[in-house]
Design a protein around this ligand. Structure first.
Ligand SMILES: [Zn+2]
Ligand SMILES: [Zn+2]
Length: 564
């Protein structure tokens, strides 16, 4: 019997870094290739899946469901190891193109646009994108014909009955596939805890229109710049109320450009447009002072309180071009992603101190809707597709487990919860876990991989600081001159001078003790080596500082041989 294996390398057991390999006959189709972020403050730019497990297969191609970072952000790193075509919708590939250009690999990337309801052959797989609605333009599910039957991957979705771009959810195609018989469904689990319908973008448009219409001064709306639907509605709102759109933040500018530039070959404007922001509607932030404040509608990035993003800089009064004033209205058209609460609250505090009027999801439910299906929509998807087997994707283990329970409740015969690195087989006998592969995380800093040893060092330095001791030893093995001790992030050198002095003394005695114990010269015992001296000094510093401070810094030592 023909079989198919599912090998998740990211996104299962976490939110972010989505990456799933489908394998049959030793050949692999990869669905999505995203990044996650590391919030430990260790200077990690992005985290991407470790692709090593795919080396043993022939990789036929990479198919993306839509253009969010957690689905496309790792593509440049993936392509370094696997030189294969990237398939997807036009807008998603437009964003991949931007990434490839940033990484200077644009000349080598093969981008293949696959419109919804058309089929692309990727090795032995036949893949058909199907239009779904989500918080980005051109989002798709994938119907994948495999040796084991039809697999449907929803991508990220919600059922939005009136999407602002008029590109409606292709429910009819899902119904057809369901009649044909779906072997396995993989579906977005993110919002399994949210009850009720997911809500429509048009409702957000109405709420934002009301807020902008009644504002007397400048309005700044903060959002995810990838939400082109919302950017488009803001353009219409600005025009209706005689305001100019002022882009605040690099990714607003990037997305506005990609949404206009739809030619994959050249990145230039090509007629079809996702975003109607004519040049007379957009006003550069640098020239904001030239217009009355009631004519400004700022669009800012940084809803998650990211340091250095436009919203945090506006709140802190550090934006180079745009200054918030009392009476301005700031709308946070977003919700807080779990884990970001403290950062967001700091930004909100700064905004309130500026005297602006703040409108958030807490005060005005209508300023945001999620792009991910609530529980009711997840149920509707399972009922629509009526699969024989179900694998929840896109969520922490909590989300996956609850989504799996929902599928069982709806009578799906085979339900399997997988985490990154699990291998599950789909065949005539059903769906079951059959093994594991290595599925690690690769941390990237300044485009280079950070080895885990370096990350551990960074974590230790961040939590305990560093000390370096230099001892000079003469030819007879006696300490010569003062011990030098340098610390970083350990003590205040002026306040704790006495502590540092006594630590230096202790290192000096340790070195002296070592040479005395060895009893050389002439004792016949091997004299201590430089390493012995360095280790004695290092341990002495750790002891001396640890005794008083209650922690031992990361400590290194150097021995210098001096001539007398
Ligand atoms: Zn996602
Ligand atoms: Zn998404």
């Amino acid at each position: 019997m023909s079989s198919l294996r599912l090998i998740p390398l990211g996104g299962l057991g976490e939110i972010g870094m989505n990456c799933l390999a489908l394998e049959q006959r030793g050949e692999v189709l990869v669905v999505d290739c995203g990044v996650a972020f590391d919030e430990r403050g260790l200077g990690v730019d992005v985290v991407h899946p470790d692709f090593a497990a795919l080396e043993q297969y022939r990789v036929a191609g990479l198919f993306v469901t839509h253009g969010h970072e957690d689905h496309i952000g790792a593509i440049p790193y993936f392509l370094r190891r696997f030189d294969v075509p990237v398939y997807g919708s036009r807008y998603a590939l437009g964003l991949v193109r931007e990434r490839a250009a940033e990484h200077e690999i644009l000349d080598y990337v093969e981008l293949c646009e696959v419109p919804p309801r058309t089929v692309a052959r990727v090795g032995s797989f036949h893949v058909e994108p199907i239009r779904v609605t989500h918080s980005i333009a051109d989002a798709t599910a994938l119907a994948i014909r495999t040796d084991a039957g039809l697999a449907v991957h929803t991508g990220d979705f919600k059922f939005d009955e009136s999407p602002p771009d008029g590109e409606t959810f292709d429910v009819a195609r899902f119904e057809e596939l369901s009649r044909e018989g779906v072997r396995v469904l993989l579906s977005d689990s993110t919002n399994v805890d949210a009850s009720g319908p997911t809500g429509s973008e048009q409702g957000v448009g109405r709420t934002l229109d009301g807020i902008v219409g009644s504002a007397r001064e400048a309005v700044v709306v903060a959002l995810f710049a990838s939400n082109v639907h919302r950017l488009r509605m803001l353009g219409e709102i600005a025009r209706r109320h005689g305001r100019k759109i002022v882009p605040l933040g690099r990714s607003v500018v990037t997305h506005a450009r990609v949404a206009r530039a739809t030619s994959l070959a050249t990145g230039e404007e090509a007629g079809l447009s996702y975003l109607q922001w004519p040049s007379d509607l957009v006003w550069p932030a640098e020239r904001a002072k030239e217009l009355p404040r009631r004519a400004l509608l700022g669009v800012a990035t940084g809803t998650q309180g990211e340091e250095g993003a436009a919203l945090a800089r506006l709140a802190g009064g550090q934006h180079p071009a745009f200054c918030l004033a009392p009476g301005d209205v700031v709308v946070m058209s977003s919700r807080v992603i779990p884990g970001n609460e403290a950062r967001v609250m700091r930004v909100i505090g700064d905004l309130l101190r500026r005297g602006v009027e703040l409108r958030t999801w807490w005060s005005d439910r209508g300023v945001h809707v999620s792009g991910h299906a609530h529980r009711d929509d997840q149920r509707r998807m399972i009922e629509l597709v009526t699969p024989r087997a179900f694998v929840p994707v896109h969520g922490t283990l909590h989300h996956l487990s609850r989504h799996a329970a929902l599928a069982r409740e709806l009578g799906v015969p085979d339900v399997c919860v997988l985490e990154n690195g699990d291998v599950a087989q789909v065949d005539g006998d059903g769906l079951r876990k059959t093994g594991r592969v290595h599925a690690g995380r690769v941390h990237v800093f300044a485009r280079r991989t950070l080895p885990s040893s370096v990350l551990q060092e960074r974590a230790a330095l961040a939590s305990r600081g560093a000390a370096h001791v230099v001892v000079r030893v003469d030819a007879l093995g006696h300490p010569a001159g003062d011990v030098v001790l340098v610390t970083r992030g350990v003590v205040d050198g002026d306040v704790d001078a006495a502590l540092l002095a006594s630590a230096r003394l202790e290192a000096h005695s340790a070195v002296e003790g070592l040479s005395a114990k060895a009893g050389y010269p002439g004792s016949g015992a091997a004299p201590p080596s430089d390493e012995d001296f360095a280790e004695a000094a290092r341990q002495a510093i750790r002891r001396a500082l640890g005794r008083v401070l209650g922690f031992k810094p990361v400590t290194t030592a150097t021995v210098l041989r001096v001539e007398r």
